[in-house]
Design a protein around this ligand. Structure first.
Ligand SMILES: [Ca+2]
Length: 185
């Protein structure tokens, strides 16, 4: 009975970690690596309450996001922005990619647009610099392929599910270790 319980628990834990990989992940610009003169500033309507500006010199000023994905493929990435994204230069692992044209400043402070990025398995560096004019960036969000429930707090699809499964995995791990110790006794 204990063996069956342990086996079921192990399967649930594996599924839990698999699900985690498909959750949307938001990376706030203010939490990214701010290079050169780039800096964060507070804004009530920004995601996370802050955004990043100060991209004056493309040779020295940048924001670098480290994005980790479990599979090498094309991902839809949402950008939260204030200034026209036409002003920015975006690169993935050192390769400059086509930046989405948003036409101008976002309405009501901050807006969103999406771009398709080819990411490698594991860590990727996504870099934003100035290309033609001011850049103000709020966040990037790597979108999942799944249709998980939306987290009412963050609006992230799949994040609520992630929290549930992460909790199950944690509790499962503790129970598994506890039950194994009992068996050994
Ligand atoms: Ca932000």
């Amino acid at each position: 009975m204990k063996k069956l319980f342990s086996s079921v628990l192990a399967i649930v834990m594996v599924l839990s970690f698999a699900t985690v990989a498909f959750a949307d992940t938001t990376y706030q610009a203010e939490d990214a690596n701010l290079v050169g003169a780039t800096k964060s500033d507070a804004a009530e309507t920004a995601s996370g309450g802050e955004y990043v500006l100060g991209f004056d010199d493309p040779s020295s000023d940048a924001v670098e996001f480290t994005v980790t994905v479990s599979e090498a493929k094309s991902y839809e990435v949402e950008l939260g922005y204030a200034t026209a994204m036409d002003n920015a230069s975006v690169s993935v692992n050192g390769n400059v990619v086509t930046t989405p044209s948003t036409g101008g400043w976002a309405d009501n402070g901050f807006g969103t647009t999406t771009m398709t990025l080819d990411l490698e398995e594991g860590e990727n560096t996504i870099t934003f610099k100035q290309s033609t004019d001011y850049v103000q960036l709020d966040y990037i969000k790597v979108l999942s392929d799944g249709n998980g429930p939306e987290n009412p707090q963050t609006g992230d699809e799949g994040t609520a599910l992630y929290m549930v499964f992460a909790a199950v995995a944690l509790v499962g791990g503790i129970v598994l270790v506890a039950s194994r110790k009992k068996i050994l006794k």
